[in-house]
Design a protein around this ligand. Structure first.
Ligand SMILES: Cc1cc2nc3c(=O)[nH]c(=O)nc-3n(C[C@H](O)[C@H](O)[C@H](O)COP(=O)(O)OP(=O)(O)OC[C@H]3O[C@@H](n4cnc5c(N)ncnc54)[C@H](O)[C@@H]3O)c2cc1C
Length: 568
C-alpha cells in the first residue's frame, strides 16, 4: 500500500452507551486489527467522554466506563486509545459527537474510520463523513484489502448481490459502517492485557455549540419488555414463506408452545403481520438464543447477520436449495403449513408430559427450566394469559393459581387435565407408554366386538386405535337396539338421521326426533329403541379420552361432572 494516508492506520469508534453496543465496537475493532496486521498499520480505538468520565462510569445505566473500555480495546488488539474530551460528551448525542470526531479525523487523517452498524453508528458516520467531505461505505459485511485499495462487501439490489465498493482516489479518510457481527476469519486477536496510560491519548476538544441545536430533555433505559427478544433462550422466526397473517399465526403458536419469542424477517414486518421491533437482521435486532427456529425464510445475508450467534438453528423451508440451510444446524425440507401444527402439538405434549411427571412424582426440585410453578407461569405468559384467564381455563380461582405459581401448593390432576384441554393437548399425553399401549389394546378389542354386531356400520374403518370413531346404527322399526356385550367408557354422541329414537339414559327416557342429538357419558347405562314405522338410523360417535383413567381404570373426572369438549 503506497498511499501516504495509510500510515495513519485504522480508527474505530467505540460506542460506550451500553455493554452490548460496546461489544459490537470490539467486533469491528477485531476486523480492523486483522486488516492492520496485514499491512503493518496501527489500530486506534476512539472514545468520546467528559473529562471526569475518564476513569469512572458515565452517569447512565448500562454504560461502559472509559477505564474498562480502554482495557478491553487493548486486549482486543488496539495499538492506541484516543479519548476526545469535552464536558458536552457526558451525554452521547450524534451531532456533537460527529462534529468532534470529524475535526479530529481531519487533523490526524487515518486511512479508515470505522463504525459498528447501529442506528447511532450509522448517523455518526454519515454526519462525520459529510463534514470531512469523505466517502462512506455503508452496511459492509466484510472489508478486504485488494492491492492498494480498501474494498467493502456490501449487500445491494435488495440483498440479491454482494457489491464490492471502494473509495474514489484522493478523498482522504474512508468512512465505513460495518456489520457488528463481522467475521474476522479465524484468528481473533488474543492480546495480552497491556493497558497503560502511555498508550492512551487524551485530546481536549473545543466546541462552539450552536444554541439552536436540538437538546436531549430526558432519557430512560429501554423497558425490559422490549429486550425480551434479544435475551430470549428460544426464538421462532417467521418469514415470507408463511404466506399470510394466518400462516404467520402458526409461528406464534409454535413460539407459545416452546416458550419462545416470536420474530420475523423483513417481509412479514413490511406486510404488518408483526411489529417492527421483532425484525431480525442487519436493520433489525441480533439475537443469540440457545435455539432458533427459522421458518419459511430464504436466508438472505441481511437476515442471517442477526442470527449467527444462535447456538442451534433449525430451518424449515420447502426448497432444499434455500441458502438458509447453509447456516442451519438442522434443516427440514417441508411445507411449513403442514409441519408447524405437528411440531406445535408435539411440543405441547412434551411440556404437558413433563408437568404431569413432575406432579405425579411430587417433585419439588427445580431443573434447568425452573420449578413446577415457574413452568406453569412460563406457559401462562407464553400465551399472554393473565392469572385470571388461566384460573378460568382450569376451573380454579386466581388465588389458587397464585399459590401454584409460587410453588406453595400442588394442584390436583384435574388442573392439568383442564390445562391440557385449554392448550388443546390430548390428555393421553399424561399416560406412560405402557398405559397408552394397554388402553389402545382395550379400545381395539372393543372396536372388534362392536363392529361384529349386525346393526353397526363403521364409518371410520381402521380407526381401532383412534380416540374418535363413528358408526351408522340402524334399528329395526319398533325394535330395541340389540344390546352389545361390552361397555364403552367415556363419551358418546348420537345424532338421529332418520326416524324417531327412544333413548333411555340411566333409567330416564328421552325421545329424539330426526335431526336431534344427545351427548352423554357412556358409563351411564343406556338403551336405544326405534319408535318409527320405518327403521331408525343414527350416527353414533364414540370418544375415548385415554388420559381420563385412574389406576382403577375409572374416569378421573367424570365423577366431578367434567366432560371434555367433543370435537367432530
Ligand atoms: C440494506 C438492506 C437491509 C436489509 N435488512 C434486512 C433485515 O434486517 N432483516 C431481514 O430479514 N431482511 C433484510 N433485508 C431484506 C433481505 O434482503 C431479504 O429480502 C429478506 O430477509 C427476505 O425475507 P424472507 O426470507 O422471509 O423472504 P424470501 O426471501 O421471500 O424467502 C421466503 C422463503 O420461504 C420459502 N417458502 C415459501 N413457502 C414456504 C412454505 N409453505 N413452507 C416452507 N418454506 C416456504 C421459500 O422457499 C423461500 O426460501 C434487507 C435488505 C437490504 C437491501
Amino acid at each position: 500500500m503506497t498511499n501516504e494516508k495509510m500510515k495513519n492506520g485504522i480508527w474505530v469508534f467505540g460506542d460506550l452507551r451500553h455493554e452490548r453496543l460496546f461489544r459490537f465496537s470490539l467486533n469491528v475493532l477485531a476486523k480492523a486489527v486483522a486488516l492492520s496486521r496485514l499491512e503493518g498499520l496501527k489500530t486506534v480505538m476512539v472514545f468520546l467522554g467528559a473529562p471526569d468520565d475518564a476513569v469512572q462510569s458515565p452517569n447512565h445505566t448500562g454504560a461502559v466506563s472509559l477505564e474498562i473500555a480502554s482495557r478491553e480495546a487493548f486486549v482486543h488488539g488496539a495499538d492506541r486509545v484516543c479519548v476526545l474530551e469535552n464536558d458536552q460528551f457526558m451525554t452521547p448525542l450524534c451531532d456533537i459527537f460527529a462534529e468532534a470526531l470529524a475535526a479530529t479525523v481531519k487533523q490526524h487523517a487515518p486511512m479508515l474510520m470505522l463504525f459498528a452498524l447501529t442506528d447511532f453508528g450509522r448517523e455518526m458516520a454519515s454526519r462525520a463523513a459529510r463534514i470531512c467531505h469523505a466517502g462512506l461505505m455503508a452496511d459492509c459485511v466484510d472489508l478486504q484489502i485488494a492491492g492498494d485499495r480498501i474494498v467493502g462487501l456490501c449487500p445491494a439490489w435488495g440483498g440479491e448481490i454482494m457489491a464490492e465498493i471502494t473509495y474514489v482516489d484522493g478523498h482522504g479518510t474512508g468512512f465505513a459502517t460495518v456489520h457488528p457481527q463481522i467475521q474476522t476469519h479465524g484468528d481473533a486477536f488474543k492480546g495480552e492485557d497491556r493497558v497503560t496510560d502511555e498508550l492512551i491519548e487524551r485530546i481536549t476538544v473545543q466546541m462552539d455549540l450552536d444554541v439552536s441545536r436540538p437538546r436531549l430533555l430526558s432519557r430512560s433505559p429501554e423497558p425490559a419488555e422490549h429486550r425480551k427478544l434479544e435475551e430470549a433462550e428460544i426464538v421462532v422466526v417467521g418469514g415470507a414463506g408463511l404466506g399470510n397473517m394466518e400462516g404467520f399465526g402458526l409461528v406464534r403458536e409454535l413460539a407459545a408452545a416452546v416458550g419462545g419469542e416470536v420474530a420475523a424477517t423483513r417481509p412479514p414486518v413490511l406486510l404488518h403481520w408483526i411489529d417492527e421491533d421483532r425484525l431480525i437482521g442487519q436493520t433489525g435486532k441480533s439475537v443469540r438464543p440457545n435455539l432458533l427456529f427459522s421458518i419459511g425464510t430464504s436466508g438472505a445475508i441481511q437476515y442471517t447477520a442477526g442470527i449467527t450467534e444462535s447456538k442451534t438453528i433449525v430451518a424449515v423451508n420447502r426448497d432444499a436449495n434455500a441458502p438458509i440451510f447453509q447456516v442451519a444446524d438442522l434443516g427440514i425440507v417441508a411445507d411449513a403449513k403442514t409441519l408447524l401444527p405437528l411440531l406445535t402439538t408435539r411440543a405441547k405434549q412434551v411440556v404437558m408430559r413433563k408437568l404431569a411427571d413432575e406432579l405425579s412424582h411430587g417433585k419439588k426440585t427445580t431443573d434447568e427450566q425452573g420449578s413446577f410453578g415457574a413452568k406453569i407461569q412460563k406457559i401462562r405468559k407464553s400465551r399472554d394469559w393473565t392469572v385470571e384467564a388461566l384460573a378460568k381455563a382450569t376451573g380454579q380461582t386466581p388465588e389458587f393459581m397464585a399459590l401454584v405459581e409460587s410453588d406453595k401448593m400442588s394442584p390436583p390432576v384435574s388442573f392439568l387435565l383442564r390445562l391440557a384441554g385449554a392448550l388443546d393437548v390430548d390428555p393421553g399425553t399424561f399416560l406412560s407408554r405402557e398405559e397408552q399401549t394397554a388402553i389402545r389394546d382395550q379400545r381395539a378389542q372393543a372396536f372388534i366386538k362392536r363392529t361384529k354386531s349386525y346393526s353397526y356400520e363403521t364409518l371410520t374403518p381402521g380407526a381401532e386405535e383412534s380416540h374418535l370413531r363413528a358408526f351408522m346404527v340402524t334399528i329395526e322399526s319398533h325394535h330395541a337396539h340389540k344390546p352389545v356385550e361390552y361397555r364403552h367408557e367415556r363419551e358418546e354422541f348420537i345424532f338421529v338421521m332418520e326416524g324417531d329414537l327412544q333413548f333411555v339414559l340411566g333409567g330416564k327416557p328421552h325421545v329424539l326426533k330426526k335431526g336431534e342429538s344427545i351427548h352423554f357419558n357412556s358409563d351411564i347405562p343406556h338403551k336405544l329403541k326405534s319408535l318409527s314405522n320405518e327403521p331408525t338410523r343414527c350416527l353414533v360417535m364414540l370418544y375415548t379420552v385415554s388420559g381420563y383413567l385412574n389406576e382403577n381404570r375409572r374416569p378421573l373426572l367424570c365423577s366431578s361432572g367434567f366432560l371434555p369438549r367433543l370435537r367432530i
